[in-house]
Write a protein that binds this ligand. Structure first.
Ligand code: ADP
Ligand code: MG
Length: 567
């Protein structure tokens, strides 16, 4: 009898037995076209579902090597297959009992293309990892339903999503070529003196605040001002034109509701590639770009915020600043310093989410409140030094204060969702109406001293469990007994990134955080390991729900762990 027939019979025999009897099916099964691995069986229908893997030989899957030969193409193909599997599984699986009975699902994906452990492709085979809700009524196994799911539905889903001959070759080609072009464009930016590129014709607005798909009707396609238009010849698509945002300090101005934040948001997510049809698929941003915002209430541990904040009441140190409950301005200062510590090259700030007193302090306020009574040195007095001393560029949405005209290299205006360049107008106005501000920033930005995280302060255990990790939505990580709040860390695209970050903190603690290495050194090593070994290095067993993250979001999570201590 074949493995498949065996499994079928075994499941029929489990019918009516208690749920725990399912444990017996853990193992490997050679199906005619693939190997089915039942890696972990759930304890009951309401528990998190069982972990399955399927490995199919390339002799059966048949993907032409050109679809996965470069890194960009491999990530794109894996992304495509994950989406295909998700779609077919949704059509095929159905509720078959209580709780999660009947579920067949792969990690959930959005508009971004990311490396995920849910699917792997190489010259030998294709692998997918997914979850299955083994069916039961109450605690009683539904054996026949299980046999149908595992021996009929899964082969059907696998056959329709992992075999090249069953897929749309043009769509796959387009997917890998689009991602390859975007990755290529992103890599060109620095040599062209740019920090971001927004092609003509891009669709930037989204359907809603909770729906990241492109706005369908009435979306005004992006068009570059002539003065900022640049050209690239992409490897696949060929000539592409659009707006190049130069390095330096760029201001996005314009009336309320004219598309400023939408443009900045697209730039923010340009650190990732997007699926064809997203509208932002060739919007690219320097990979080391960090969105900065105010985040009152966050904890801060041992950060030198003295470039921005000094002489706090009660003589509190700002060169080694800690608080369990930051203010708007101190949180924004810490967010910037931490981003720089982690290696950020471009900062993005939107007035909508910035602390006003951190951004500006005008002439009148300087007169009323003397400098020695105001701890904050506003960003306006530091933003040029950041570029001069550290080469860090800033893109700033600022409809509310013309004081920034003095410090901007480029000024882009948004009007009715259309862009124009108004740098010269802004400079002329700055000349005509001097702000008469007194510069408060001193001569230099100030030192950025990397901190050394202490391993004892990072504890993933909870009760009897050595490691307890969990992710809620895309903004909460449960780490041992602590909750890490990442709702203000805006460049997290998928919950799976947080899953991977949680695992990575445990990994980094075991491997590299030793009370001697600085945080940037730990980041370098962690990222090098993932680059060379893949995300699987983070976990003891192969998991299907880890998604590639950036060093900046890893640092952001660690920085928000309330038990963290540093030297
Ligand atoms: P601002 O930051 O200038 O106040 P937003 O970027 O928040 O404006 O945009 C205001 C509204 O206009 C949002 O609902 C957004 O989705 C929509 N919008 C932005 N850009 C476009 C566009 N190019 N075409 C159509 N609608 C847009
Ligand atoms: Mg806005």
């Amino acid at each position: 009898m074949s493995d498949k027939e065996n499994l079928y019979q075994q499941l029929l025999q489990l019918d009516g037995r208690g749920y725990k009897a399912y444990k017996a099916i853990q193992g490997r099964y050679n199906f005619p076209e693939f190997t089915l691995i039942i890696a972990r069986v759930q304890g009951d229908t309401f528990a998190s579902p069982s972990h399955f893997r399927v490995q199919m030989s390339q002799l059966v899957a048949g993907f032409p090597p050109q679809l996965y030969q470069t890194h960009s193409r491999e990530i794109a193909l894996r992304d495509y297959l994950t989406r295909q599997f998700a779609q077919v599984a949704r059509q095929t699986s159905s509720r078959r009992g209580t709780g999660r009975s009947g579920l067949i699902a792969i990690t959930s994906v959005g508009q971004t293309v990311l490396e995920r452990t849910a699917c792997g492709v190489n010259g030998e085979s294709v692998e997918v990892r997914f979850v299955v809700g083994l069916p039961a009524r109450g605690r009683q196994i539904l054996g026949r339903q299980a046999a149908e799911m595992l021996c009929e539905d899964i082969p059907e889903i696998v056959g329709r999503s992992l075999k090249y001959s069953q897929l749309d070759p043009i769509a796959i080609q387009h997917h890998v070529e689009t991602v390859e072009d975007a990755d290529w464009l992103r890599q060109q930016l620095r040599s062209r003196g740019l920090v971001a590129f927004i092609p003509d014709g891009a669709i930037l607005p989204r359907r809603s605040g909770v729906d990241d798909r492109p706005l369908e009707t009435d979306a005004v396609p992006f068009e570059s001002p002539d003065s900022l238009r640049v050209e690239f010849t992409c490897p696949n698509r060929g000539l592409v034109r659009g707006m190049g945002v130069p390095a330096g300090i760029t201001l996005i101005v314009g009336g309320g509701y004219h598309g400023k934040s939408t443009l900045l948001r697209a730039i923010e997510l340009g650190v990732y590639s997007h699926i064809p049809g997203d509208g932002r698929e060739l919007v690219v941003t320097d990979a080391a770009t960090m969105k900065i915002r105010a985040e009152d209430g966050r904890s801060i541990v041992g950060v030198d915020i003295s470039p921005f904040i000094n002489q706090l009441p009660q003589g509190r140190s700002t060169s080694n600043f800690s608080t369990p409950n930051a203010s708007g301005s101190t949180s924004q200062a810490a967010n910037i310093i931490e981003a720089l510590e982690a290696g950020t090259q471009v900062l993005l700030v939107d007035e909508d989410t910035a602390a006003t007193n951190f951004m500006i302090r005008d002439r009148r306020m300087q007169q009323l409140i003397a400098k020695d009574k105001e701890p904050i040195t506003p960003f306006i007095d530091k933003v040029r030094q950041l570029y001069k001393d550290y080469g860090v560029s800033t893109i700033l949405v600022m409809g509310g204060s013309g004081d920034y005209f003095d410090v901007a290299d480029t000024v882009i205006a948004m009007e009715n969702f259309q862009s124009s360049e108004v740098t010269e107008d802004a400079k002329a106005i700055a000349q005509q109406y001097a702000t008469q501000r007194i510069a408060e920033g001193g001569k230099q930005f100030g030192q950025i001293t990397p901190r050394v995280p202490l391993p004892e302060s990072i504890d993933p255990s909870r009760g009897k469990r050595e490691v307890k990790l969990k992710v809620r939505d895309v903004d909460q990580v449960v780490f041992g007994s602590e909750d890490i709040d990442l709702s203000a860390v805006e460049q997290v695209a998928e919950a799976g990134q947080l899953r991977a970050i949680a695992e990575a903190i445990v990994y980094a603690k075991q491997q590299y955080i030793n009370g001697k290495r600085t945080l940037p050194e730990v980041l370098d090593r962690l990222i090098a390991d993932i680059d060379s070994e893949g995300l699987d290095i983070l976990t003891r067993f192969p998991e299907g729900d880890l998604v590639r993250f950036r060093r900046f979001e890893f640092a952001a999570a660690l920085n928000r762990l309330r038990t963290l201590e540093v030297r």
